[in-house]
Design a protein around this ligand. Structure first.
Ligand code: ATP
Length: 339
């Protein structure tokens, strides 16, 4: 019985290790294969360590657990988007006699029907779904993603038996309150983060200088802010405002706020900003949140943070009021649009 644990591991943290070790103990797995993704199909592109650096970080971080966990580089060798179905097919060939258990957090499980060939994945493996801080495990079948409900023959609150004979097992973890997003932010802002990762991973991140913003690629952030504002303007972003926050205590030096007339418009505004910056500056954001829903998308370029709202949601939060004291950036938009 072999567990499989995939992810970006950007970086590997204590929540990941807790999940692998707890599941292995509860289910009596002989081994867990940990597989860093080359590029997860569900994640936007961001600046950060290369796939090879993430692999090396995972290898270093899991060395003390090598009796139980092996690190597998097949997704990184394969390159491109890392589809789990492809990985499982090749693992099936390597382990023809073993039962496979694909381990994932509840956040992933909720989106599982959007994964490529999820039906085929369920033919290749059992699933093990773990709790994640703030996301409860399903209590009844109605809490499963809709597309999976029809495949379940019986559910006893802990174990769902599928029509194909495979199982979905639910495992409650002791919460480890960490997320990779929060850890990256802490390293970038030089806040304490070492306790959230292992000492080996902390040393690796520091030695390699990971998660540090590199302002040299941007140069003048005020010019960069105007560049982004004009990219949003080209896609008909509405009520675009920019603030100089250098005199205020805040997470960034500059900020932009803009709205779209719908969630779809907000998503396309965010895509335009990211694409234009990549073309002009060769840079991906350090982080993006909310792009799938398009209600409030936050694009983090270090010294500039861009907030793109569906206008209706912007009215609810009135974010600009936070920056009442900050000077607005002059000549933000192209000359035709300035009033
Ligand atoms: P991010 O915070 O950037 O979303 P992540 O840690 O969720 O990062 P991955 O590295 O891709 O992203 O996660 C790999 C697996 O670990 C996923 O199945 C995810 O659900 C699970 N996981 C991540 N954090 C925790 C945690 N704190 N507790 C339990 N499982 C977790």
């Amino acid at each position: 019985m072999i567990g499989i644990f995939g992810g970006s591991f950007d970086p590997l943290h204590r929540g990941h290790i807790n999940s692998m070790v707890t599941v292995a103990n509860k289910l009596g797995l002989s081994q867990v294969v940990c597989i860093p993704a080359h590029q997860s199909p569900h994640r936007p592109m961001t600046e950060g360590p290369s796939a090879e650096q993430r692999l090396a970080m995972v290898q270093t971080g899991l060395k003390p657990l090598s009796h139980l966990i092996t690190v597998d580089d097949r997704e990184i060798r394969r390159g491109g988007l890392s589809y789990t179905v492809e990985t499982l097919k090749s693992l099936r060939e390597d382990y023809p006699e073993e039962e496979l258990f694909l381990i994932m957090g509840m956040d992933q499980f909720l989106n599982f029907p959007q994964w490529k060939d999820f039906g085929q994945i369920l033919e290749l493996t059992h699933l093990v779904v773990t709790s994640r801080p703030d996301i409860e495990l399903p209590l009844s079948l109605e809490d499963f993603p809709k597309a999976l409900q029809a495949l379940v023959e019986a559910f006893d609150g802990e174990e769902a038996l599928l029509q194909n004979g495979h199982k979905i097992l639910l495992v409650q973890l002791k919460d480890v309150l960490v997320s990779a997003t929060e850890i990256r932010r802490r390293y970038r802002q030089n806040q304490p983060a070492a306790k959230l990762v292992t000492p080996e991973v902390d040393a690796f991140i520091r030695e390699q200088g990971l998660y540090q913003a590199d302002p040299s690629r941007v140069g003048d952030f005020e010019v960069f802010t105007k560049f982004c504002a004009q990219a949003l303007e080209r896609k008909n972003g509405i009520n675009i405002l920019g603030f100089d926050l250098r005199e205020l205590q805040g997470p960034s030096e500059f900020t932009l706020v803009c709205s779209g007339t719908s969630t779809r418009h907000a998503i396309s505004l965010s895509e335009e900003a990211v694409k234009s910056v990549k073309e002009e500056y060769g840079l991906w954001p350090l982080n993006i949140e909310g792009q799938r829903e398009g209600r409030w998308v936050v694009i983090d370029y270090g010294s500039l943070i861009i907030h793109i709202f569906y206008d209706f949601v912007r009215l609810e939060y009135r974010l600009e009021e936070l920056w009442r004291e900050a000077p607005p950036i002059k000549d933000l938009l192209s000359s035709e649009r300035r009033d």
